[in-house]
Design a protein around this ligand. Structure first.
Ligand SMILES: [Fe+2]
Length: 203
């Protein structure tokens, strides 16, 4: 029977994943661990659940140049995929920092300041702490109970969605999309890089 009830999937939360194989992650890893040794305290923002977070990593850091170059290209592809005005604006990196998460650490729910944001797993097994994105509307989970729906596919009925970390993989998401990182219950360390971007007018 042909249905005349039309379905529109409105207001999406675009998320991309991309495995970066073109850069040497060990260069990044060594740089981050060295940075941590020199600055044991780091800074405390969403990582007050025990993880170490670096201060901003400068754009002219030689070890990060290939990474910044690759990510900038990927981000601009994502912007095009969103039907962005790529002839008028380009995506540029705004700030970037590193994270080292040992056993027991987690990140409270938070949003980022920027256009698109990203996490890149320098070293992370899948059981070292999922990132969980939360539905943009707080009201969603109040009346749409998880148990009311089948969950075979990604649907608007889910209040949250988890991604397990994978070494070399980056996840790109809108900076406004709330997320948290679940506890690393293993004895393994998860090392990641986070960054925010902004749109810059092409002159
Ligand atoms: Fe975050």
């Amino acid at each position: 029977m042909k249905s005349d009830v039309n379905f529109t999937y409105l207001f999406g939360s675009p998320i991309w994943n991309y495995d970066i194989v073109s850069i040497d992650r060990n260069v990044l890893k060594n740089y981050i661990l060295d940075l941590k040794n020199k600055d044991i305290k780091g800074r405390v923002l969403s990582n007050s659940g025990g993880g170490w977070q670096s201060h901003n990593i400068p754009f002219n850091t030689p070890e990060f140049k290939p990474f910044y170059f690759t990510i900038t290209n990927v981000m601009n592809s994502c912007y095009k995929e969103l039907n962005g005005k790529a002839d008028k604006y380009k995506v540029v990196i705004q700030d970037c920092w590193a994270n080292v998460n040992k056993k027991g650490s987690f990140n409270w729910s938070h949003v980022h300041d920027g256009f698109l944001s990203m996490v890149y797993y320098v070293e992370a097994d899948e059981d070292t702490g999922d990132i969980q994105f939360l539905h943009p509307s707080k009201l969603q989970s109040l009346n749409w109970d998880f148990n009311m729906f089948n969950h075979e596919n990604i649907t608007s009925t889910d209040a949250g969605w988890k991604f397990s970390p994978v070494t070399n993989r980056c996840l790109i998401f809108p900076s406004w999309l709330e997320h948290k990182v679940n506890v690393n219950n293993t004895n393994k360390t998860r090392i990641s890089i986070s960054l925010n971007t902004k749109l810059e007018k092409i002159l």
